[in-house]
Design a protein around this ligand. Structure first.
Ligand code: SAH
Length: 565
């Protein structure tokens, strides 16, 4: 029971909303607050006090005894803006309650205990079944107690702070075996098993179900880990197979006979070849996505001794790793997208340049393995990220701005194979961040050109600058200038100047969106290259770009130019 205590009219209004939403979980304690708190503390397992934290602390102080048995207490301010987990965050359930109350009242939950503050995912929220001591082991993880992970095979998981050695009191066992959970143990059942099924026309569902269940039982495998049943397209509507999949609560996936015929199997046969055009259905359909054949083809048994109408085979498919290539934006935290943030929190392995890792380290969950390296190690970072994903892990590879723009996405995808999932999360590029500061310089066609001749011969860069100059395209120069690479920017500006007026507006933005950022607007003739460094982008307008009220504006069309004398 949750005891509710309030002192003022505003507090009572919020209290009544809670009481109305949770009539069976809450009890209102009226009367003088000191007595109300004392009574609720004795009778309830949790309290919500609609009082200032100071007042609540004073009322609770003489009552507090042992964090293992005291009720958890949440404080909500009179304005209903914050739900503060005050005491009993973990054991008393106050952290959880603060979140629930916050969600209900539209208040910000305030949780100050270390592990909870970074929000660990619950073991029952991983997207597949968890059996056993889920609550106790989740709590142990939250409390920072040692929890051992014992995985029968690699499977992508979000970051969890597994620290326990084998033999810990708390164990998370990732398995598809038909074992029961021991005390202090959680069994995670990832969808690792693919069951291939072959069937004759008119096969009864019971025959398929008995065959599959028998095969799993004999092999010591758990039906909770079945990902799907798989068969040939021709059997997509075979009622007995469809019904068996429904009975097992898994999808039925079908493949064209030609695709199955190409899969190498240990037990091909002439019968399915004649009937549906592939020498194997059960084994081939189970193996089509790769994996280990745990149960080779076996046939159903019929009580009356008539020929079997179903075959099945069971494969453990490899856990597919996931590589997210995540753009962090130009620097400011509020220019990092929510999707990028979610990927960072969900990554078990984070790979990136050390200075970019520093930018987002506070967002990582405990248990995230960080593989950071210094400037220049690009290829190695790409290889590492892909290798980690191929080991079945959830990996985020980070880059500033957009990770696909002069950054990690292309070296990584050049290394990647089709045995991992790859997702890209777009980011706000330096060019876009700079443009927003300058005004609207990219209002018409524009390009980005990197002036770094580290990976690209200068002739190629120059040809592209010339093409942009001739085509009157707005240009943003990346990597414009560094120590020891100082002649390229003047040279490129000179090429543009052959086709644009000396007064063409040029924007110089250094450290866009970062605390020490600067934005300047000058002209093609007026730009001092020495004022530009590697933290800068330089945006050169086209022949229509104008300065309006100090802002760079490129019109969307050329009518403006015609109208301007
Ligand atoms: N992937 C990044 C670009 C990386 S290349 C993006 O999409 O923006 C590195 C170059 O980007 C730097 O030399 C600089 O020219 C530019 N750059 C990156 N961040 C910047 C920022 N905050 N302000 C100005 N220029 C920046």
């Amino acid at each position: 029971m949750i005891g509710l205590i309030s002192a003022t009219a505003a507090g009572a209004a919020a209290r009544d909303r809670l009481a109305a939403a949770w009539p069976d979980r809450t009890r209102v304690y009226d009367g003088p607050v000191r007595e109300a708190v004392r009574a609720a503390f004795a009778e309830c397992d949790r309290l919500v006090c609609f009082l200032a934290t100071g007042a609540t602390v004073r009322l609770l102080a003489p009552l507090l005894d042992d964090k293992a048995t005291d009720p958890g207490v949440v404080c909500v301010d009179e304005g209903g803006r914050f739900a503060v987990s005050l005491v009993g965050g973990h054991g008393g359930g106050a952290n959880e309650l603060a979140r629930e109350v916050g969600a209900l009242l539209g208040a910000e939950p305030v949780v100050t205990t270390a592990t909870d503050a970074v929000g660990l995912p619950g073991l029952d929220t991983l997207g597949f079944p968890a059996e056993g001591a889920v609550a106790a082991v989740s709590r142990a993880l939250l409390d920072g107690e040692p929890v051992a992970l014992e995985a029968d095979f690699a499977w992508p998981l979000p970051p969890l702070p597994f620290a326990g050695a084998a033999g810990s009191a708390h164990v998370v066992r990732l398995t598809d075996r038909a074992v029961g959970a021991g005390p202090g143990e959680v069994l995670l059942r990832p969808p690792s098993l693919v069951v291939g099924v072959g069937a004759s026309r008119g096969v009864p569902a019971e025959e398929v179900i008995a065959l599959v269940e028998g095969a799993l039982a004999d092999a010591g495998l758990s039906a909770a880990s079945i990902a799907h049943l798989a068969t040939v397209d021709a059997k997509a509507d075979e009622a007995g197979v469809v019904e068996a999949a429904r009975h097992l609560g898994v999808p039925l996936v079908t493949y064209p006979a030609g695709e199955l015929a190409a899969v190498e199997v240990p037990n091909p046969s002439g019968a399915p070849l004649a009937a549906v055009g592939t020498p194997s259905v059960a084994e081939a359909a189970a193996l089509v996505g790769g994996g280990e054949l745990l149960v080779p083809k076996r046939k159903s048994e019929r009580a009356d001794g008539t020929p079997a109408m179903a075959t099945c085979a069971v494969v453990r498919r490899p856990g597919r790793g996931r590589l997210a290539v995540v753009g962090l934006g130009p620097g400011a935290r509020d220019l990092l997208t929510p999707r990028a943030e979610a990927e960072l929190r969900g990554a078990a392995v984070l790979v990136g340049l050390d200075q970019y890792v520093d930018q987002i380290r506070d967002l990582l969950r405990p248990g995230t393995r960080v593989l950071e390296s210094g400037l220049g190690a690009e290829e190695e970072r790409a290889r590492t990220a892909v290798a980690e994903a191929r080991r079945g892990r959830t990996v985020a590879l980070i880059g500033s701005g957009d990770a696909g723009v002069y950054a990690m996405a292309s070296p990584a995808l050049a290394e990647a194979s089709d045995d991992i999932d790859v997702v890209g999360v777009p980011g706000v590029t330096a060019a876009l961040a700079a443009a927003a500061l300058l005004g609207a310089p990219l209002g018409h066609d524009h390009v980005s050109i990197s002036l770094s001749d580290l990976h690209t011969p200068w002739e190629v860069i120059e040809r592209r600058v010339r093409a942009a100059a001739e085509a009157d395209i707005v240009v943003t120069f990346y990597n414009p200038r560094s120590r020891g690479r100082d002649w390229q920017l003047p040279k490129a500006l000179g090429i543009l100047a052959e086709h644009r007026e000396p007064v063409t507006p040029v924007g110089v933005v250094r450290n866009a969106s970062r605390p020490d950022g600067t934005t300047r607007v000058t002209t093609l003739a007026g730009l001092d290259p020495a004022s530009v460094d590697m933290m800068t982008v330089v945006t050169v307008g086209n022949t229509a770009t104008r300065l309006i009220a100090g802002r760079m504006v490129t019109p969307r069309g050329y009518r403006w130019q015609e109208e301007t004398p």
